[in-house]
Write a protein that binds this ligand. Structure first.
Ligand code: PMP
Length: 391
């Protein structure tokens, strides 16, 4: 049996439309099939490979850590250099109030931790999240998801959760003294790239302050440079109480984090109540990779180039079938009339060597989230292929 048959027979499927692209190796913005076919990766594993596939500095950091140790102990017991160095470097990218990092394995786990922390710190039970939000697939993170279709089969989910409309001032008064936290994606990803304005975020911050509610920003997709700032909230001049990240953080390795103030985080410690426990959270190899990724972003001019590169995509992707383009930096959605129009375009583009896909809650829009290292020349080549695929 070949790998494609094994994929269908023995690997649990998550979708009716798996892209089914077989890749043997990847480098920078390129992926290569077993037959040597070259693909331009325009989705970065959904915002993961921000510094490109197998960035040499990330590989070096992984190799150095492999030579020392893999796993020693559950998170939070031993002093492990990759974890503490990463935590310090993360805090240095953030305002002083965000000075304590809890390292975990994934985005969903980071969201779980953030929600639990907000309950512990505030001693409140109600959580507000947004319609069409995606925060993960575990029970807690699914509970704060904003798409009823995805949640229905798993009810009862967490109680005490209500949804507001992302970007709507009029619903902010639903945040009250009973609300432990508002969890919101700084830029809504799976909803098809929706960007609220600065005034909205400032009003949201104000309402949270007035009611003693913690503001949790989910930057699992938008963080680590994707929007042209290291953190997306920097565009809006607000500071969250808890910041959640993963995906691009690991440079291709699995890791996530929720980050808060030391005082907030300390509410996890008071015995005998458990805070959050994780065996592999902040895995030393992933932490080393993450630290290298962070340094690559900081020491390069990748962030400054994001806006120019995004503008080039927008300039080139002009076609009567393209209805709109929504973006914040290189987090882009290209809107078509329907999934029926879009799907064959995506398939044809893949056939011609350009990988894109669509969004979980927005299947009329093409996702474009290339590695930030993509060059202008590569953007021109990719866009020419997409236009050809549109026909
Ligand atoms: N939050 C957001 C905004 C995401 O985009 C995702 C993943 N698509 C998650 C949370 C969940 O992350 P993970 O898949 O690592 O659990």
């Amino acid at each position: 049996m070949n790998n494609r048959q094994l994929f269908l027979n023995h690997l649990a499927q998550t979708t009716d439309f798996p892209l089914m692209i077989e890749i043997e190796r990847a480098e920078g913005i390129y992926m290569y099939g077993p037959d040597g076919k070259r693909y331009i990766d325009l989705i970065s594993g959904i915002g993961v490979s921000n510094v490109g596939h197998r960035h040499p500095q990330v590989l070096n950091a992984i190799q150095e850590q492999l030579d020392k140790y893999l796993h020693l102990m559950v998170y939070g017991e031993y002093v492990q250099s990759p974890q503490v160095q990463l935590a310090q470097a993360l805090c240095q990218t953030l305002p002083d109030t965000l000075n304590n990092v809890y390292l975990v394995n994934s985005g969903s786990e980071a969201v779980e931790g953030a929600l639990k922390l907000a309950k512990r710190y505030t001693n409140r039970r109600e959580i507000i999240s947004c319609i069409n939000a995606y925060h993960g697939s575990s029970h807690g993170s699914l509970s704060v998801g904003g798409n009823e279709v995805f949640k229905r089969a798993y009810r009862p989910l967490l109680p005490g959760i209500s949804n507001i409309l992302y970007g709507s001032y009029y619903q902010l008064d639903q945040i009250t003294e009973q609300t432990a936290a508002v969890i919101i994606e700084t830029i809504q990803g799976e909803a098809g790239i929706r960007v609220a304005c600065k005034q909205y975020f400032q009003a949201l911050r104000k309402r949270c302050d007035e009611t003693g509610t913690l503001l949790i920003l989910d930057e699992i997709q938008a963080g680590f440079g994707r929007t042209g700032k290291f953190w997306a909230f920097e565009h809006f001049e607000i500071v969250p109480d808890i910041l959640v990240c993963a995906k691009g953080m690991g440079g291709g390795m699995p890791i996530g984090a929720f980050i808060a103030n030391q005082v907030v985080m300390a509410s996890f410690k008071s015995n005998p109540l458990l805070g959050h426990i994780t065996t592999f959270g902040g895995h030393p190899v992933s932490s080393a990779a993450s630290l290298a990724t962070l340094k690559v972003i900081q020491k390069s001019n990748l962030l400054e180039q994001v806006e120019t590169k995004a503008n080039l995509f927008k300039e080139l992707l002009v076609h009567p079938k393209i209805i709109a383009i929504r973006n914040k930096g290189l987090m882009m959605a290209i809107e078509f009339e329907s999934f029926e129009v879009l799907k064959p375009i995506i398939d044809r583009a893949i056939g011609m060597g350009v990988i894109t896909d669509w969004f979980l809650f927005c299947d009329d829009s093409m996702r474009i989230a290339p590695p930030l290292v993509i060059t202008e020349e590569e953007i021109r080549e990719a866009c020419a292929i997409i236009l050809q695929a549109i026909g």
